[in-house]
Ligand binder design. Structure first.
Ligand code: 5GP
Ligand code: MG
Length: 180
């Protein structure tokens, strides 16, 4: 696992500290409001769990599954499919969409539109990572962990062919892993 990683971009301690800061910001901004956290499966599951454990305010959470990627590989197809929609009622709630990474922006622009169409009172975005160089849709995160260069990363929820999601840091895979 670790031996497949060539470089760590964000280590576990940096993530932990930033997650705590983000949770504080979110608590402050939504003081006295009940929040609906919506995690985008599958990449957001680790980040959402860690954020949720740090939040002190009232919230409920749900998951949706949307994907702009095929089942294999590293290139976004650009078209977003909703694989699993929301199950809890959204009407009148403040929604915070939590995802692993803002890349081309296609997924989060689709998901935020979907949450508005479900009757959300407000919709904001929280992502762990941002790759601004890759953006195709003009969209920004309201809460952002780290800006990273245009490299395919794994770990802390992000996978390659479904693996590496359990790494406690965000890193880049060795070239030999792509080619094998
Ligand atoms: P977008 O729709 O913004 O192009 O892509 C968003 C989704 O693509 C992310 O939620 C994530 O699941 C996946 N993705 C984008 N960049 C990376 C990356 O560097 N590594 C991994 N593992 N997934 C990525
Ligand atoms: Mg994702």
């Amino acid at each position: 696992m670790d031996e497949d990683v060539s470089r760590v971009l964000v280590n576990a301690n940096e993530i932990k500290d930033r997650v705590a800061e983000l949770a504080e910001e979110i608590d402050r901004d939504y003081l006295g409001q009940k929040l609906l956290l919506v995690g985008v499966l599958r990449g957001a599951f680790v980040f959402l769990a860690d954020i949720a454990k740090k939040l002190k305010g009232r919230f409920i959470f749900d998951f949706i599954s949307a994907s702009s990627y095929g089942p294999v590989g590293t290139e976004s197809s650009g078209s977003v499919k909703l694989l699993k929609g929301i199950t809890d009622p959204v009407d009148g709630l403040d929604v915070l969409v939590v995802d692993d990474i803002l890349d081309t922006g296609a997924t989060l622009s689709f998901v935020t539109g979907y949450m508005r169409s479900k009757g959300a009172k407000s919709v904001k975005i929280c992502t762990l990572l941002n790759k601004p160089d890759r953006r195709k849709v003009p969209i920004n995160a309201d809460y952002l962990g780290f800006t990273i260069p245009d490299e395919f990363v794994v770990g802390y929820g992000l996978g390659y062919n479904g693996e590496y999601r359990n790494l406690p840091y965000v890193g880049v895979l060795k070239d030999s892993v792509w080619k094998s």
